[in-house]
Design a protein around this ligand. Structure first.
Ligand code: IMP
Length: 423
């Protein structure tokens, strides 16, 4: 059996958690392959909202095994909080949650370093979630990191100390006002490490290989979005991992020829949280309405998300980079009520009309060129079947399918599992 991938095609927050949750019953194994607690995957069912940061979104289903892959970075303190919440809700995660020994650990000083580095950048800051993601991946590629497997070995605390000391020197180098009590942070960290040790650590690439061989169905769950990819995103305003399809290969140890479907998730409009270019951003009432109706506040940081029209140039780029085979359009309900909807189909770039994403999409270089479509007024949130969707929405969907040459298989009309229309 092969592996299906599920990825965000924009700047994150495409409601991937909901779709993983909806699809989980079709899969034996749900695996996270990159990112860490900078993610906030929201699931709503039985009238309750659940937010997961590091744990895969299949955890609420009895029959799925959940794997935190080698490409993920784990903050034991945040992980413990997630586990405590699951426990309080009666979720028996001990049997169904596996962790790769090769996943890297986020240390308290990684978080502090993230804050120091962002503060030092001043106006040029990335708008990081400050979860220590960048510094942890830097230590991974710099070959200094501490991995989950290390905590099973003697002497890892000495390596921890050496690394934490180095981080403290780096924090001091930034010469910014960061107040911290490392002793307290470390007490919390080592306590959380003990909780982590109660879980099952595995050599996950071998586990995934055997699962594929045994015919198990596997869904790889992406975090963040393609435009935040370290290589293909709007660098330097990106995260520090490969959020695109290739990241699933390196983040789980899956051979490329084992990938079957690639599900691309996008919102019917666009949002971005943090700094960085955003050609279709709206600064008017329409953007404000999208944010208010769509509850566009970060699940991890609570920050207000910037909102704008759908950018087909960027979406096409993300489909190409990922090899998307099926699309899923989220939050269609948020667009109800607008007279006219705009879709960016090209950019004016240095006096020319282009339809690909160029190296630099800063506002001073790009003017979006829009196609206008008629909006719909109907409230979609109670709709259960594709036949109920208004004609204008069907026109919007067909326009996108034609432009992206990829079918839209799911239209989401609300946050609940039930508010999902299959086409
Ligand atoms: P970091 O990954 O926390 O360092 O953040 C880098 C950039 O990616 C910032 O602009 C964040 O706002 C953005 N980012 C990181 N994770 C997410 C996410 O899960 N959703 C949306 N944006 C994110």
């Amino acid at each position: 059996m092969a592996v299906d991938l599920l990825l965000g095609l924009q700047w994150g927050d495409e409601c991937k958690g909901k779709i993983v949750d909806v699809l989980t019953s079709n899969y034996n194994l749900i695996a996270r392959f990159q990112g860490g607690p900078n993610a906030g995957h929201t699931l709503v069912f039985n009238g309750k909202k659940h937010v997961l940061h590091t744990i895969p979104s299949g955890i609420f289903h009895d029959n799925a095994t959940n794997l935190v892959g080698n490409g993920v970075v784990i903050d034991p303190v945040i992980f413990k909080k997630e586990l405590d919440k699951l426990e309080a809700q009666g979720v028996d995660y001990r049997k169904s949650l596996l962790i790769s020994r090769k996943a890297h650990l986020i240390l308290p000083t990684h978080r502090l370093l993230d804050a120091a580095s962002e503060t030092a950048k001043g106006k040029a800051k990335i708008g990081s979630t400050l979860k220590g993601i960048g510094p942890t991946y830097m230590d991974k590629t710099g070959r200094n990191g501490i991995r989950v497997g290390d905590i099973e070995l003697d002497g890892w605390k000495q390596r921890y100390r050496t690394l934490a000391n180095k981080h403290e020197a780096m924090i001091a180098f930034h010469n910014v006002d960061i107040q911290y009590e490392l002793k307290e942070l470390e007490a919390e960290f080592f306590d959380a490490i003990e909780t982590l040790k109660e879980l099952t650590f595995i050599d996950s690439e071998e586990y995934v290989f055997q699962a594929i061989k045994d015919g198990k169905s596997i869904l790889a769950e992406g975090a963040q979005g393609s435009l935040l990819d370290i290589d293909f995103g709007t660098y330097p305003f990106v995260t520090s991992s490969n959020t695109t399809a290739a990241g699933a290969c390196t983040g789980l140890g899956i051979a490329p020829n084992k990938i079957a479907d690639v599900f691309g998730i996008f919102k019917a409009y666009t949002t971005r949280v943090g700094s960085g270019p955003f050609p279709t951003e709206l600064f008017d009432d329409i953007g404000e309405t999208m944010g208010r109706v769509g509850h566009e506040f970060g699940a991890t940081t609570g920050r207000r998300r910037r909102c704008g029209w759908l950018d087909l140039v960027a979406l096409k780029y993300a489909c190409q980079v990922n090899g998307v085979t099926q699309l899923m359009m989220m939050k269609a309900d948020v667009l109800s009520g607008f007279d006219t909807l705009k879709i960016c189909t090209a950019y004016e770039y240095k006096g020319e009309r282009i339809t690909h994403l160029p190296y630099n999409i800063e506002a001073e270089n790009i003017t979006p060129i829009y196609t206008e479509m008629k909006g719909w007024k109907e409230n979609l949130t109670e709709m259960e079947d594709g036949s109920q969707l208004p004609q204008e929405l069907n026109d919007y969907i067909v326009f996108l399918e034609n432009a992206l040459e990829t079918p839209i298989k799911i239209v989401s009309v609300g946050p609940d599992r039930k508010q999902t229309i299959f086409r």
